[in-house]
Design a binder for this molecule. Structure first.
Ligand code: CO
Length: 205
């Protein structure tokens, strides 16, 4: 219930204030997060909580199945602000195993607007159909697709004019792909990070 939520907020705010009387005043004055997080809207994968970060430490954008659409003004505006105004050093695209959005992208039944949203994931499933078919189970196949979706997201973020511009001016920003396990609460690095060299390599091609 909403009143429970307001009560919980009051207890949290009181506890924080008791712990550090200057806490809210300091945070209200400025935010200087080191991380920008692009993750799934799933209620079980809140960026701050699973990454053990306090308010002020991570700038967050979440959508269904953490899809990076190259024309998503919401994501791009947040990305540009994170890079150009907040000067974040680490950008994280985080997917998760057991993702309902990824599952929806593998199903034949209609899901309304989500089918438009999830189209890049569906396209990935088609592109990697041969590899995905080697999985032992539907669950394993969807989890592999969730990983591929993260790797694709890292690539797309890296190719935005926002990152290319930042790297051209030698900004030390890295983009990482992580995946979160709902079953064990662990974040795993998918080893697909990009950095300033990504621009140099792209330019040399
Ligand atoms: Co999800």
């Amino acid at each position: 219930m909403l009143t429970d939520l307001i009560d919980r907020n009051q207890r949290w705010s009181d506890a924080r204030h008791a712990e550090d009387p200057d806490y809210f005043r300091r945070l209200a004055a400025q935010q200087a997060p080191e991380f920008f997080w692009i993750g799934c809207s799933d209620s079980r994968v809140p960026a701050n909580v699973v990454a053990g970060l306090d308010p002020g430490e991570v700038f967050v954008h979440r959508n269904v199945a953490n899809v990076v659409h190259s024309s998503d003004m919401n994501l791009l505006s947040a990305l540009e602000f994170a890079v150009d105004a907040l000067n974040v050093r680490e950008i994280i695209v985080c997917g998760h195993y057991g993702c309902g959005g990824v599952k929806a992208a593998t199903e034949d039944m209609p899901h309304g607007l989500a089918d438009h949203w999830l189209e890049p994931v569906r396209r990935l499933a088609r592109a990697y159909a041969v590899d995905l078919a080697r999985s032992d189970s539907d669950e394993a196949r969807r989890d592999t697709l969730a990983e591929l979706n993260v790797v694709e997201g890292v690539r797309r973020v890296s190719e935005t004019p926002i990152l290319q511009r930042a790297w051209r001016r030698r900004a030390e920003i890295r983009v990482h792909g992580l995946i979160y396990g709902l079953k064990d609460g662990r974040l795993r690095d998918l080893d697909c990070s990009t950095g300033p060299g990504h621009f140099l390599k792209a330019a040399a091609r």
